[in-house]
Write a protein that binds this ligand. Sequence first.
Ligand SMILES: [Cu+2]
Length: 458
Amino acid sequence: MSRREMMIRGAAVAGGLALLRARAARGADVPGVERPRKGTAAETGTPSGEQTAAPPGEPGRDYTPVVVPDGTTLPWKALNGVKVYHLVAERVRREFAPGFVVECWGYNGQTPGPLIEAVEGDRVRIYVTNRLPEPTSVHWHGITLPNGMDGVSGLNQRAIPPGKTFKYEFTLRQSGTFMYHPHFDEMVQIGMGMQGVFVMHPRGAGAPRVDRDFAIMLNEWTIKPGTNKSDTTEPSDFNVLTFNSKVFPGTGPLVAKLGQRVRIRLANLSALDHHPIHLHGYQFRIAATDGGRIAEQGQWPETTVVVPVGSTRDIEFVADQPGDWALHCHMTHHTMNQMGHRVPIMLGVNTDDLDAKVRQLLPDYMTMGSTGMGEMAQMGMAVPRNSIPMVGGKGPFGPIDMGGMFTVLKVRDGITSFDDPGWYEHPVGTVAELAKADELRADGIRVPTSTTRTGGTR
Ligand SMILES: [Cu+2]
């Protein structure tokens, strides 16, 4: 390039930026039109949008670290004012629940990959080593950064070949809950478990500090009973629905002390499904998405939050009610494990005759589900090797009929550690129980004798 060309190009860039700045300034004067986002070219006046980083934020001083149930946080070191991380994309063996082991792909021995945690203003350098049999890349979902750091193979960068290490570097200009995942062979790689949460804590103003801050990644898998791999090309037949790549009873509880401020960061990188995540016993506020913090006047109360594919939601509340509170996806198929899908529903069918006939061929045959499916949790049915029965685990009062996307928020008074405190001990007289005959009589309750009543008649 000649000196003259260089000057012309330089002038064009400067001119372009001046124009952008002028537009931005005009935009700021128009009601409803916001300023350019922090750290973008239009805001900083540099083509990459980069500007000086702040000194690396420290846990404890600048933020309360996020807790990842059944997961970990990626370690980092500060070198000359830059936080340096190392992600290794590789094959991972993950026990989704006791006795149910799945061959996955992930990062640093885990799926989801370890949580990346940093502070607004931090400069981060993230090395990514590819130990997979095919190329990969990492996209930093929802994060403002130079275009060449965005991680879409072919569009923003060369894919990372197997055995090679790439370097990503950018300055964090936001705070909130974001994600990372590959943008190469997305259907297979994300479906095999390559996904992670990226949390940026605010520096100064931003989300209020909470006492317990949890992160849960939602995913769905197609793992035929008796196999150990997800059929990632099967587009809709998901039978294993996970919180942090665990299914109940493999999911660890979320433990909080009575009165603590709690945030749960939910991130969804499922292939197909939006998950309505429901918390019992509480009303929470939807306080943030991966698009940013919702202004307090704009937050609304909810009991269920839909987390769409490719987005995050932060919910916040005060843990003011002690107990064991269910936290689960409200799609009923998503709290069923493998064996609960695609079985014929026999509700209300008298199967005695059928069973007798089939037993002539198969001596152990028994039709399932003629009084509903709940019984199956109690039967302790044999399942193929490396599989889980359709429903969950044992609770203090008997079987819990939910599996999959199910865990428990355990709120306790006077705990000194956040280890699993066991089941809640209810104050006397606060558990639903069998009604006594004299109670029924006293309150004038007549129990119907027939099992079916036709609607609209008496
Ligand atoms: Cu769901």
